[in-house]
Every structure is written in C-alpha cells, then in structure tokens.
Design a protein around this ligand. Structure first.
Ligand code: 6CS
Ligand code: FE
Length: 279
C-alpha cells in the first residue's frame, strides 16, 4: 500500500521512487526472460541504429508468461490503481536493455504527447510503473526527470518533425520539445537523476518530462516500463493508429494475482488467462 506521504509526493513532484520492491530472485527471472526475448526476431524487437544491439522490446507481456504475471502483480497494479483512482489496463509495455556503450539516448519528452498524438488517448490519466532489473548508476543511462513538469501541457512547445509512427521508437524521436523551452524549464524546475539497485520501482506521471542519456559504462541497464491507462480514458478512434502492440485498444480491467508473480507454483498451474490474445 502507498502511504499518504507517498501519494502526496507523487502528486507534488510527478514521480515516486520505491527501492527494494522486488527481490534479486525476481529480477533475475525477468532478466533471463529478457535475454530470451532479445533473441526473438519479432516486429516488437527494435534495434539500435547500429543494427546489432536491442534497443527495446515492446509488448513483452504478450510474449512472456512471467512478464504477463508481473504486470498483474499487486506490487505494480496497486500503485497504478491508487494513483489513477480507477481500474487500469495496459496501454503499452517496453523493455529497455540499454547495452554497454551502444545503448542510445532517449531525448527529453512527455510520454502523454505520444499517446495523445499517435494513439488518440483523450486525457493524461495514465502513468508509468518502471522497475530496474539491473543496477542503475550515473554512468549507465539513468532516467532524468524535471520534478513538477507533470502539471504542464507542453503541446504547443512540442514539435512533430517526422512522419511515421516508427519514428516514435528510435533515438531521433518524433515529437521534440524546443530547446528554448527545455532551457527555461531546466532552470526553473531543476533536474533529478534517478538511480538505484535492482528491484527499485519508479512510478511517474504520463506528463512528467524525462529523458535518459546513453549508456557510457560497461554495465547493462535493463529497465521494464509498464504503461497503465485508466479504464475511463480509453483510446479514441483515429486514422492510421499505431499497432496494438504499441497502443492496446482493449480496455478490459486487469485483475491482480493472489500471489507474487515469480512463485514457483506458477510453473505447475494451468496457464494464466491473459486479457489479450498472444501475438
Ligand atoms: O511512443 C511511445 O509511446 C513512447 N515514446 C517515448 C519516447 N517514450 C515512452 C512512450 O511510451
Ligand atoms: Fe518516455
């Protein structure tokens, strides 16, 4: 359960860091799944511009029973429900195994502008639950945030400079905030770099300004992002929507597991029912 102070901090700053949410055994299980998924040649696996390292894998909950259960573990679902004050479903999942020396930048952005412009999400009532599967240091590409930026609508200051949804996935991102605005906001709000041990959870608002520098260390930096949307905020129909694996249009509420996602007995029980067909 989130404390009153946690909820207050989140609403005040737009994010919340919770260390020690998952055990080393649990993060190891997800890392071994991450390695398996990285070897699959599927459209949801996006490579860095060099063409060799995996930049992201989307819809991991549809390709892995362990990640599917992870998204329904009460430790992820409960903060999302509490902070969005409703039932939730998964808009998108993304695994970012930022590779040593080759894991590239994510420039400053607000996720919600992607979900609004590319997917037809009507309001910013959506958030990220991200979990560190490996240690995140100042050297291997931590997430930088501007506290309080979740209160800002930067629609007018964000320029769409490329056509095509494929450009939402690469280092030269599709919608960019003007440098003048970024300079002003960085001076006014300041920057926080979020680091932590494996098992740390960072929850952040769909409008919190964030970025992540390249991994300039020799150590991997794998982070899983679950983007939960309120069931009251379902996507509007639009022309040329992004594929389901980037923006789910199935708003069936998620139900929580009654046990931790990594308990050994899951291996023995019948397959958990998933909200969505596997792809
Ligand atoms: O395109 C998206 O949906 C994703 N794009 C970025 C740059 N950050 C996260 C967001 O979910
Ligand atoms: Fe983002």
């Amino acid at each position: 359960m989130l404390s009153v102070e946690d909820v207050h901090f989140y609403h005040e700053h737009g994010y919340l860091v919770m260390p020690g949410r998952f055990s080393p055994q649990e993060t190891e299980l997800l890392l071994s799944e991450s390695r398996r998924l990285s070897g699959l040649e599927i459209p949801q696996r996006i490579l860095e511009s060099g063409g060799e390292q995996v930049r992201s894998i989307y819809a991991v909950h549809r390709h892995s029973d362990a990640f599917d259960r992870f998204t329904r573990d009460i430790r992820n679902l409960e903060p999302a429900r509490a902070l969005l004050e409703s039932e939730v479903y998964i808009h998108q999942t993304q695994l970012n195994p930022k590779a040593p020396f080759l894991g590239d930048v994510w420039e400053w952005h607000q996720d919600y502008l992607y979900w609004q412009r590319d997917d037809g999400m009507p309001t910013p009532r959506a958030l990220n639950v991200s979990v560190f599967l490996e240690e995140v240091t100042e050297f291997n590409g931590p997430i930088f945030v501007m506290p309080g930026s979740h209160r800002l609508s930067l629609d007018e200051e964000t320029v769409t400079h490329q056509n095509g949804w494929e450009n939402t996935l690469t280092a030269d991102i599709r919608h960019k905030i003007t440098p003048d605005m970024l300079r002003e906001l960085a001076d006014r709000l300041g920057l926080v770099s979020i680091k932590g041990a494996p098992g740390t959870t960072v929850v952040f608002d769909g409008r919190l300004l964030h970025c992540s520098p390249p991994n300039l260390s020799g150590k991997r930096r794998t982070v899983i992002f679950i983007r939960y949307n309120s069931t009251h905020n379902r996507l509007l129909p639009m022309e040329n929507p992004r594929p389901e694996w980037l923006a789910s249009r199935d708003p069936t509420p998620l139900s929580a597991l009654d046990r931790p996602f990594a308990n050994p007995e899951w291996a023995l029980s019948p397959k958990p029912t998933s909200n969505e067909e596997k792809i």
